[in-house]
Write a protein that binds this ligand. Structure first.
Ligand code: SAJ
Length: 445
């Protein structure tokens, strides 16, 4: 089958590679000239994804994957473009990103951000002239419920195609950044067609490379399932973050309490942290909220709790300051999760902004960001406090005795709850952890 994949980002490119390696003739297209140029030179623009480089080089060398900046006629078209949130429509011009984010949290219903479907619209328009009777068109982009039927289909219809002429389906991507290739192959997949024939044909294409089960439904349910999964996680993490705040007040350790609660066979609470980052979990609930603001108080509150965590972390630093006196803080990690070079929606930069607002001198470090990958010894010079904002492996492996020699004071705040605390305490550090109020016991004595 000849397949045209539109959008060669984190999802589209691995999808194109897997489809190509499964015996399809794939044309990958992207509007970004730099990506097309890099790939045409045989190089891969996505890093830190296990096995992707080798697979991509092979399918491009063999010619089963070609890359271009414009579509061609094909049997199937797969749209994998981003669906970001748009904060711009909200008349907050001139506000800093942090201020805008805060506005979103505090004004909830009237001020939530809106999904930006412009990439989906332009991708659909770009393929529409090439789509012919009997072709399959699949939307993979995470989208507000109804997008396949109410946005993509009308565009195709405006090019003279009928809903029964073409086969249109939604097949949401649900893979974990860092394990994309494995999850694309092994995870169960949801496919929802606008017609039953569309579902059947889309299932046939995906079964060329998906080893998991392919579960079928209608297009709007498929869209909602994807949003429900990420919303579930957002709500669960918000609960953990609320428990962290409560534990801090109670003088107990949230992580210990959660881990004990999770021994119950029907309880599975996630981990508290400095906030929820990435381009999925903090974004997707808004795709539901924007359509149903009056009946989504839980989703809105979860968003609000998780988005308030960076300020909560900055407030913890203020508490440490009151006790120990701090001038300079080093924020370790800008990525939204460990060992990835992706800082989209990451809480770290917001923590740093709040700390600066509070008057601290702040330095940021991240081994995956070229301009922030400077020697740690230099960043830590004269610093009083280290804040672990992202638990990259390199930070967990740091030698506390060495770090102690660089710092002015031995203070560590672990917001990720994965640092080997005993080692740092043994090196003379005062360690504070998010959601751990046990230090307050010392004041009670
Ligand atoms: N986080 C916590 N506590 C936790 C787990 C995560 O605070 O217990 C934070 C992380 O630190 C991170 C954020 O949540 O900042 C999201 O990280 P993640 O690893 O949970 O998820 P993502 O955003 O990398 O990928 C998610 C996945 N969705 C689900 O697990 C339901 C992935 O399967 C989706 O394909 C992806 O979103 C997507 O594309 O939608």
């Amino acid at each position: 089958m000849k397949v045209c994949v539109v959008g060669l980002g984190y999802i589209g490119f691995p999808t194109a590679c897997l489809m190509a390696s499964a015996g399809n003739e794939v044309l990958g297209i992207d509007a970004n000239e730099k990506i097309v140029k890099t790939l045409r030179e045989g190089k891969v623009h996505i890093v830190n994804e296990d096995g992707l480089n080798d697979l991509a080089e092979r399918v491009m060398r063999e010619g089963s994957l070609r890359v271009s900046d414009r579509p061609e006629g094909a049997d199937a078209f797969v749209i994998c473009v981003p669906t970001p949130l748009n904060y711009q429509d909200r008349n907050l011009d001139g506000f800093s990103e942090v201020a805008v984010a805060m506005e979103v949290e505090t004004r909830l219903v009237s001020e939530y951000p809106r999904s930006d479907l412009s990439y989906v619209v332009s991708a659909t328009k770009s393929i529409a002239p090439y789509v012919k009777h009997g072709n399959l068109v699949i939307l993979e982009s995470t989208s507000p419920p109804g997008t396949t039927e109410n946005v993509v289909l009308p565009i195709l219809e405006s090019y003279g195609l009928d809903r029964n002429d073409i086969h249109l389906a939604h097949a949401p991507e649900r893979v974990l950044p860092g394990a994309i290739l494995r999850e694309m192959r092994e995870n169960d997949r949801i496919i929802g067609g606008v017609t039953e024939e569309a579902t059947r044909q889309a299932k046939e294409l995906y079964s060329t490379f998906v080893q998991g089960r392919i579960l079928t439904t209608d297009a709007t349910t498929a869209e909602f399932v994807k949003l429900a999964e990420n919303s579930f996680r957002d709500v669960n993490i918000a609960l953990a973050n609320e428990f962290a705040r409560i534990s801090n007040e109670l003088g107990i350790n949230a992580q210990e309490a959660i881990s004990l609660a999770n021994h119950h066979p029907r309880v599975n609470i996630l981990s508290p942290g400095p906030g929820v980052g990435g381009h999925c979990i903090p974004v997707d609930p808004y795709f539901i909220i924007e359509r149903f603001p009056e009946i989504t108080p839980l989703l809105q509150t979860a968003r609000s709790i998780n988005s308030s965590m960076p300020r909560y972390v900055a407030d913890l630093v203020r508490e440490i300051d009151a006790e120990h006196g701090i001038a300079k803080v080093v924020v370790l990690g800008t990525a939204y999760k460990p060992d990835v070079g992706d800082s989209r929606e990451s809480p770290s930069l917001r923590i740093a902004d709040y700390l600066r607002d509070y008057g601290f001198s702040v330095q940021i470090h991240d081994p995956y960001e070229d301009e922030l990958n400077v020697p740690l010894s230099a960043v830590c010079e004269d610093a009083d406090l280290l804040v672990i904002a992202t638990d990259h492996s390199v930070y967990k492996e740091l030698n506390p005795d060495t770090v102690a020699r660089w710092l002015n004071k031995r203070l560590l705040l672990d917001t990720r709850l994965t640092m080997p605390v005993e080692r740092w305490e043994a090196a003379g550090f005062v360690v504070r952890r998010l959601g751990d109020g046990r230090y307050k016991l010392n004041f009670r004595d």
